[in-house]
Design a protein. Structure first.
Length: 259
């Protein structure tokens, strides 16, 4: 009722404005404009929820516009997102459906969603899961950067299967938000057959940071679900933050549409 009350009140006012009181060009007179402003102002004072709803609507529209722009960037950088040879992945190379995750081992919400991602890998062997090491906490915690470099190096040396063991083991420690140490990382790497004395720290994640910035991401985890072919803004899903249900749905919906 509140949504239609103000238009009705203004409509009644304008109906009462006959041709003799209106300007010759059809515009409202100064007196009419003042009356309209008075009614509108008083209505907003009496119903402040109108402003809240308007703000929420504007925010939603802005977010939708940002999503569309981000999806255009995804399309423009599809090759780097899906087929970058330096980026670890799990699943078939020629998958029709791809899940790209930008993450940091020290990110609490990356840690929370890690188990969901692992389960989805097992349930969807036809999906390619791509892991963009993005240590956004590197300036705060040294292990953030060290773990990212180690992950990329292990992938280059040993491939997807060994990387998966490392990746899952780091998250399985439950150590995030500064608790993970270089010793933890070296212990995990050694346990899966990696000679850490040969490890070369070389900031292999810098391209991920550049792409992360282009996409307008503000934090991790940031996930993209997209097809390999016929990519459009309609079949891309971007998930900012921890939202496992949205991730599951995006994968399921895209699988259904690409069969």
């Amino acid at each position: 009722m509140k949504k239609i009350l103000l238009p009705i009140m203004l409509g009644a006012l304008l109906t009462g404005c006959n041709e003799t009181t209106a300007n010759s060009n059809g515009d409202f007179t100064a007196q009419q404009k003042a009356k309209i402003e008075q009614i509108a102002s008083q209505y907003i004072i009496n119903h402040p929820d109108v402003l809240v709803k308007a703000s929420q609507t504007l925010q939603q529209q802005q977010m939708q516009a940002q999503q569309v722009e981000a999806k255009k960037v995804v399309i423009a950088n599809a090759a780097q997102l899906i087929n970058d040879k330096t980026t670890p992945f799990i699943g078939p190379k020629d998958a029709k459906v791809n899940v790209i995750e930008f993450f940091d081992y020290q990110c609490m919400y990356c840690s929370k969603i890690a188990d969901t991602v692992k389960q989805l890998e097992a349930k969807n062997p036809d999906v390619k899961f791509i892991f963009k090491e993005t240590p956004i906490f590197a300036s705060r915690w040294e292990a953030s950067k060290y773990a990212a470099d180690m992950g990329n190096w292990i992938y280059q040396q040993k491939g997807s299967a060994t990387y998966a063991k490392y990746h899952n083991a780091v998250f399985a420690t439950g150590k995030d938000e500064g608790k993970l140490t270089k010793k933890d990382i070296n212990t995990i790497a050694t346990s899966i057959g990696i000679d850490v004395s040969k490890f070369n720290v070389n900031n292999t994640f810098m391209n991920n940071f550049e792409l992360f910035s282009k996409l307008g991401f503000q934090g991790t985890p940031a996930l993209i679900v997209m097809p390999t072919n016929n990519i459009t803004t309609d079949n891309i899903t971007i998930i900012n933050g921890y939202n496992p249900e949205a991730l599951k749905k995006a994968i399921s919906d895209l699988q259904a549409s690409t069969k």
